[in-house]
Design a protein around this ligand. Structure first.
Ligand code: UD1
Length: 413
């Protein structure tokens, strides 16, 4: 990807449906053989990979532009390793497969290189619901020979994936389950809404105790996932970073409170409307302190983009990453563009630099890639972003969307 520097983003941009909502929703389609029709499905690589994985399990999928129709019964409990290793969210098929087939075999997951990212909490949840867990030749095998039964599942940490996986497994278990210390992310609420529309009985999603009454059968449904709050946040930061002025459409402002608060603190104006926000920067970039936290705290998925933005602040900012270990891979690359950032463990100190300069840099993961795009837009000169396929995993048509606001990005230079 080639990005020309010194851009100013003006105009409007449309946010796509949420990657992190649609991935578990696609996994939840395993719970029924009836037809699921999803609209506004983002054309991103992660969706393609999960779609292929579901087809390998026996699902039939047809796609027409942004509509995706899934039907049929899963027949395999063992998704192929070459797909599982490409995307961590593939672990989300475990819960529904266990519920439907009473067994699942999955290789330890892949995905973004951001820390070790274990799945012990998912497994603990399955075990509480009555599954037996074993590790054989690098594969995790979960079995519930006599079916799953409702239980109290306490998560030691409010993991997004574990909450979703346990919720999907419990949705078909015999009796009542409670997920305690559940994650509160909007994508969890969206998954619960989707399952309920299929005939599920889930309440309390969006709070830290989710009650799930198991049901025997689910029906088909038409559904539109929520807008992508991280994509929206990324464009909000890009507009502020380039001192532009733009309207970001298809946004639920409520989902972006922490990001909006930090943008305002850093010198931007954010006007919230019912389903769009307007952003413009009204002063020089002011340094801020950010600590990433589970929702409704500041999202770890916005940490890298903010770091790029703050690298041009008038003073020193501190970012503390408390959700993932080792999520500062973008620091080195930002420094290659002239940023002055020191990181140690989970803390990064970002000293505002006079300027950034275009360079050849590499995207180590999805959000690191998005951060480098923002840095490149602010920089003087051209940037070549290597391994930009990471960005396409989660951003639909990023080059076209930003170019429509005045950027000059060539996806395939
Ligand atoms: C999801 C999002 C990802 C986001 C993250 C945190 C999807 C597809 N991905 O990832 O974009 O960055 O939430 O908001 O929705 N952990 C354990 N044991 C477990 C599970 C998690 O120790 O069994 C730890 C992880 O290593 C990490 C922390 O908990 O340090 C948060 O992980 P989690 O909330 O599970 O994130 P994901 O669901 O993987």
């Amino acid at each position: 990807m080639l990005i020309r520097g010194k851009a100013t983003l003006n105009g409007q941009i449309e946010v796509s449906s949420s990657k992190n909502a649609i991935l578990p929703i696609l996994a939840a389609s395993i719970l029924t053989d009836s037809e699921i029709e999803l609209a506004k499905v983002p054309k991103i690589n992660d969706v393609t990979i999960i779609g292929t994985l579901l087809e390998q399990l026996g699902k039939q999928i047809s796609k027409q532009d942004k509509k995706m129709v899934l039907s049929g019964k899963v027949i395999s409990h063992h998704p192929p390793y070459d797909l599982v290793r490409q995307i961590r969210a593939s672990v989300l098929v475990m819960g529904p497969l266990l519920a439907r087939l009473g067994k699942v075999r999955v290789a330890l997951p892949g995905g973004c290189a951001i820390g070790s990212r274990p799945i012990d909490l998912h497994l603990k949840g399955f075990h509480a619901l009555g599954a037996e867990i074993n590790l054989r030749s690098g594969d995790l095998i979960a079995k519930a020979t006599n079916g799953l039964r409702g239980a109290h599942v306490y998560l030691d940490y409010p993991s997004v994936g574990a909450t979703e996986n346990v919720m999907m497994a419990a949705a078909m278990a015999d009796g009542l389950s409670y997920i305690e210390n559940a994650a509160l992310e909007p994508e969890i609420v969206d998954l619960a809404n989707f399952i309920n529309r299929m005939g599920g009985k889930i309440s309390g999603a969006g709070t830290n105790v989710i009650k799930v009454e198991g049901v025997k059968e689910f029906k088909g449904v038409k559904y539109v996932p929520i807008p992508d709050r991280i994509e929206a946040g990324t464009y909000m930061v890009a507009v502020a970073a380039t001192k532009g002025e733009a309207r970001i459409n298809n946004v639920i402002p409520e989902h972006l409170k922490a990001v909006t608060a930090k943008l305002i603190e850093s010198g931007a104006e954010v006007i919230e409307n019912r389903n769009h926000v307007e952003v413009r920067r009204v002063s020089k970039i002011k340094p801020v302190y950010i600590k990433t936290l589970p929702y409704p705290g500041f999202p770890t998925d916005m940490q890298a983009q903010f770091m790029a933005y703050l690298s041009r602040a008038q003073g020193s900012s501190i970012i503390s990453e408390s959700v993932f270990e080792n999520r500062f891979m973008h620091v080195q690359e930002l420094c290659r563009m002239g940023a002055d950032i020191k990181s140690e463990g989970k803390i990064a100190i970002i000293k505002g630099a006079k300027k950034l300069t275009g360079a050849q840099v590499k995207a180590s993961d999805l959000r690191a890639g998005a951060a480098l795009v923002i840095a490149a837009l602010m920089a003087q000169g051209n940037t070549i972003l290597l391994e930009s396929q990471h960005v396409d995993r989660g951003y639909e048509d990023i080059a076209a969307k930003l170019n429509a606001m005045g950027a000059q990005i060539d996806s395939e230079p």
